[in-house]
Write a protein that binds this ligand. Structure first.
Ligand code: 13P
Ligand code: SF4
Length: 301
């Protein structure tokens, strides 16, 4: 294993490459990454890095966004089949139809979406900035795609007319209020930190709602020593690393994103060695999708 880590490090230097990893990938992959973070942070790094090659340890939409923001770089995916099911749970036709129906509407696209959906959107958001960006938009009507749960969270916390789309994260949407009640009963009085991809009835139990980074930062700054964490289990690695003396509990069944877990050290090495699974996006798609991603970076500042 160490041998593999050394070989990855050598290849990185030879190719002027950086490794970006999302908090949901396996601990051994987060450990070798140059940058680990939530979707917003990783998109900003992809744009600002001066590396020639980015190895993106995450799912398809993350690699696509990196390539859209940095077309001159080679963006490699350790596993080309690692995808986010929710990224495909909205249709371009439907977006165009809704745009026709309303005068004063902005299409707000969660970054967990295909490049095609980004081409018909006015602005992208992540869970770290969705509320701030929606509030900053001049439009009264918002069509929020693809996540109905993040959309509903935004709707309840802003005065916009947010139109929801039938899309969801299969991992977060599966967590039930019963699961939360059970873990709270086992650890009574412990604060509950949640990701906004959870359903409304689950979010009702939250003491804090935020992105993966938001959850990690909250736990670090808090004077509490125990937390119930309601998101994918990959965040446990960074939580424990930053807070060796604190304890974190997860609900049962454990929320695990099988696609994020497809990324292994061997696949990171293989893709870097042979330039495998390079993300390619045609110019027209890239130019149109870039508008919504750039607008996010602008409005989130
Ligand atoms: P974050 O942007 O909060 O890291 O979330 C990404 C994601 O895929 C959540 O399921
Ligand atoms: Fe997509 Fe959910 Fe996996 Fe995040 S956890 S990548 S939203 S399927």
């Amino acid at each position: 294993m160490n041998h593999l880590k050394e070989k990855i490090s050598q290849l990185k230097a030879e190719k002027n490459a950086v490794i970006l990893a999302h908090y949901y990938v396996a601990p051994e992959v987060q450990e070798i990454a140059d940058y680990v973070g939530d979707s917003f942070y990783l998109a900003k790094i992809a744009k600002s890095s001066d590396a020639d090659t980015i190895v993106f340890c995450g799912v398809e939409f993350m690699g696509e966004s990196a390539k859209i923001l940095s077309p001159e770089k080679t963006v490699l995916m350790p596993d080309a089949s690692a995808d986010c099911a929710m990224a495909h749970m909205a249709s371009v036709e439907n977006v165009l139809k809704i745009k026709e129906e309303y005068d004063d509407i902005a299409v707000v696209c969660y970054i967990n979406s295909s490049a095609a959906l980004k081409t018909v959107s006015d602005v992208c958001v992540t869970s770290a900035n969705a509320l701030k960006i929606v509030k900053a938009l001049p439009n009264k009507n918002i069509y929020f795609i693809p996540d109905k749960n993040l959309g509903s969270f935004v709707k309840q916390n802003s005065d916009k007319n947010v139109i929801l789309n039938e899309g969801w994260c299969p991992i977060h949407n599966n967590i039930t209020a019963e699961d939360i009640k059970a873990v709270k009963q086992q650890h009574s009085g412990v604060q509950v930190l949640m990701h906004p991809e959870c359903t409304d009835d689950v979010l009702a139990y939250a003491d804090y709602i935020g992105s993966t980074s938001g959850i990690i930062n909250y736990a670090e700054k808090s004077s509490e020593n125990e937390f119930i964490i309601i998101t994918e289990t990959g965040v446990a690695y960074e939580l424990q690393k930053r807070n060796p003396d604190k304890t974190f509990y997860f609900p049962e069944p454990l929320p695990v994103c099988a696609d994020m877990k497809k990324i292994t050290l061997q696949k990171v090495y293989d893709c870097l060695k042979d330039n495998l699974n390079a993300v390619e996006i045609d110019d027209e798609t890239r130019e149109k999708a870039l508008i919504s991603l750039d607008r996010m970076l602008e409005l989130a500042r």
